[in-house]
Design a protein around this ligand. Structure first.
Ligand SMILES: *Cc1c(COP(=O)(O)O)cnc(C)c1O
Length: 368
């Protein structure tokens, strides 16, 4: 497997051999040992946000979007109203979830290179008292932009409203302390900065809010109140758990702690991001976002101007050299993306930059 390419994508991403090996055991879903594994995972996840006093961790089968949908469906009452803050595709998805679930919502959209500000949220909440919840993407993965979560959270609290955070691509790498940042729910998943494999999401929910959410959900399988109640009573998942995913996440969390926890994970990704930005700049490739609002998670680059550049051929050639890149997700400008997360360090990022330089030379892309 050493010839497998390195995934420079925002999940699934490159995992360690130890994490993959943890999936070689089959677990019984009602077995005490497996229940302990689940409990240990939830406990370790809560420790990352210092949230064990205030929040529950409710795991859910499926990809990250399943957990986002479950959080909105469970926590927003059917007569609630959500203000959705948008500056990219994942923000658009939050609005779509509200629409499909039949929750009333309004949207506030800024350009893909413009963070939402606390002043925006202050004005919007003052103008519409019907809003009960605000939904925010922490790091908008479609560009890599970081929204100012601490400031926005304080404004929402001041207005007496509730905050739902999609922190899918930032959780575990960017600090979020539940004792300092007020939120009703924060959603993340196994296969991003924790470097587990994809297959489960989890929602940190305020204990009081979850207790009050009985009967809100439109769906049986997506009901986090029911999932939590059953798990608290039996130690088991309500329906067939993703056993191998849980075991892999448990092993990935062990390595996370061995590495030095969040500060070390953040530092490694920040070094990856700097190596990538510096190296690409040396080739002449420009990043889409200014450094101040760039999260060290994924970087969007402008595609070269040269007509000889075609993403598909570029992608295949870089893949042949050992690196999987990611297409751009912007509608207005031609871009591509490179992830900084996963089991990779600055050496790997430099090797990826070298591969990109070689490929552009081979393709005779001159006008970068
Ligand atoms: C990855 C991600 C999700 C979840 O996407 P899935 O494809 O369902 O895993 C949601 N929000 C953000 C910001 C993400 O980066």
């Amino acid at each position: 497997m050493s010839n497998a390419p390195i995934l420079l994508t925002p999940g699934p991403l490159t995992t360690s051999i130890r994490t993959r090996q943890a999936m070689l055991v089959d677990w019984g879903s009602w077995d005490r040992d497996f229940n302990q594994l689940t409990a240990s995972v939830c406990e370790q996840l809560l420790a990352i946000i210092d949230g064990s006093a205030s929040h529950h961790c409710v795991p859910l089968q499926g990809s990250g979007t399943f957990a986002v949908e479950a959080a909105i469906g469970t926590l927003v009452p059917r007569d609630g109203k959500v203000l959705v803050l948008i500056n990219g595709a994942y923000g658009q998805r939050l609005a779509k979830i509200c629409k499909v679930l039949g929750r009333t919502y309004s949207t506030f959209e800024t350009a893909e290179d413009q963070p939402t500000t606390a002043a925006d949220v202050d004005r919007l909440l003052a103008a519409d008292p019907a809003i009960t919840h605000v939904a925010l993407i922490h790091c908008e993965t479609s560009t890599g932009i970081l929204n100012p979560l601490p400031e926005i959270a304080q404004v929402i609290k001041r207005h007496g409203k509730r905050l739902i955070i999609d922190a899918m691509s930032s959780f575990g790498a960017l600090p979020i302390d539940a004792r300092e940042i007020p939120f009703e729910a924060l959603i993340a998943a196994s296969g991003k900065c924790l470097e587990g494999v994809p297959g489960m999401g989890f929602v940190f929910t305020e204990k009081t809010a979850l207790a009050a959410a009985e009967g809100n959900a439109h769906s049986l399988a997506m009901d986090l109140h029911d999932q939590h109640t059953y798990m608290a009573k039996t130690g088991q998942w309500r329906f067939t758990p993703p056993t191998h995913v849980v075991a892999a996440l448990h092993e990935a969390l062990q390595q996370y702690n061995e590495e030095g926890g969040l500060p070390a994970r953040h530092q490694r990704y920040a070094d990856n991001c700097k190596t990538l930005l510096d190296g690409m700049a040396a080739i002449g490739l420009r990043s889409f976002l200014p450094a101040e609002i760039q999260a060290p998670i994924i970087v969007t680059f402008h595609a070269p101007n040269d007509a000889r550049y075609q993403f598909k051929e570029f992608y295949e050639r870089v893949k042949a050299k050992g690196f999987i890149l990611y297409p751009g997700k912007l509608t207005q400008v031609e871009t591509f993306r490179v992830g900084c997360i996963g089991v990779v360090g600055a050496d790997g990022m430099q090797a990826a930059v070298n591969a990109v330089a070689d490929v552009l030379r081979e393709m005779e892309v001159l006008d970068i």
